[in-house]
Design a protein around this ligand. Sequence first.
Ligand code: SAH
Ligand code: SF4
Ligand code: F3S
Length: 445
Amino acid sequence: MCNTFYIEIYGCQMNVYDSKNIISVMERRGFERTLDPKIADILIFYTCNIRENAARKVFSAIGMMKSSKTKVIAIGGCVAQAEKEELFKKSKLINIVFGPHVYHKLPDYVRQILNGEQIKIIDIDLEKFSKFGKTLNQKNISFSEFITIQEGCDNFCSYCVVPYTRGREYSRAAKDIITDAKHLVAHGTKEITLIGQNVNSYDGEAPYISIGAGSNHWKLDRLLYEIAGIDGLKRLRYTTSHPKDITIELMRAHSQISRLVPFAHIPIQSGSDKILRLMNRGHTVTEYVAKLKMFKTIFPDMQFSSDFIVGFPNETFSDFEDTVRIADDVKYTISYAFKYSRRKGTPAAQMDGQIPESEKEKRLKILQDTLIRCQIDRNNSLIGQTQTILFDKHGKKPNQYIGKNVCMQSVIAESDTNLIGEFRSVLIESAGPNSVFGKVLYKDE
Ligand code: SAH
Ligand code: SF4
Ligand code: F3S
């Protein structure tokens, strides 16, 4: 009988993409996936280290999920990269620690443990990117897929662990990305999201040299034109963008490519120039707002979402109020607010002026109230509009389906036929704070 594995996934889209590839490489080597951790021989935890609570989750999960059947426990991803050998001390049960760039070697490591080798295995090589280029198994391909086009980050925001857990920026060759995208679309993918920690700094080797083009590298906008042209693809997205790397060419691409959603996640983090400087974000509030304005001028349909961090070291209440103001002024479709989390090894963790937890909570609550208010206004404004929705899951009630509009807002509708994986035109009829409700009008092309 073949060995079974269970995988628990935390963190961002990069982890979702990596995990799908882990599932494919494990299956190709004869392991079988189970959705029940209690019957699995192998438990894989693919982790996130971005905030303290994200990192802590993994230890309680190990305790909850292991059973008398468990033979191997492997911890991968960003906590593995950050904590290294320390993880073996934190839990004696862990057999394998593997970083985000070496998951393709996991089947070999698992075999070693299953063969009875009494060793602890650690591989946290951040240098090579040999993990790419292995296509997903056909049965794991869904109607909506991510493709990593860029990984790592050179921005070194002072609060962030990503440059340490994912390493320096690396862009995959355009030819390989196009091959992956064509493979997915040929197997039923309708929506592709190109992902990267800093996706719009993409600078990948061109598939061919254009005469007179002067460069044998492609930027994100050029790649978007190419991928959007794949026959059968219906919707194209990318995330996450850094404000300083938004170019006029990218704005033009949005206005010219109909399959590209009129939407981008462009986090500002704080509305105070002083805090942005301390965060090492590389732009001011004015520069950020000017970019969004320019985007709207070139392409008036464009919508944005953002992340915010509250309680960064030395953030006064007045700095915080500047953040609330910007969240209110820019009409974001969706926003995410986080309490600053002090991460080991980052410059901000060493700064004086750390804000007490209770104050961070208070600020988070105030900002979230503002964001919810904006979202309710925004959701109400959708009533009466007809939108194209890609449905991706079941709702709470029978016959209820939940999907996303182009701006990633949740839309709920009822249907007698299965809508999962289908695009439908939906008339928005009412709105709540987190989602809107609509009626399916007709089947889309
Ligand atoms: N590369 C992306 C962000 C990736 S991390 C960008 O720069 O936009 C996702 C979000 O987590 C960030 O936008 C930030 O808001 C939040 N984040 C990162 N580190 C954090 C920390 N130490 N504490 C709280 N939030 C953090
Ligand atoms: Fe982290 Fe900043 Fe890089 Fe985003 S741009 S991944 S926040 S260092
Ligand atoms: Fe988390 Fe690593 Fe993504 S720290 S947010 S899983 S890059």
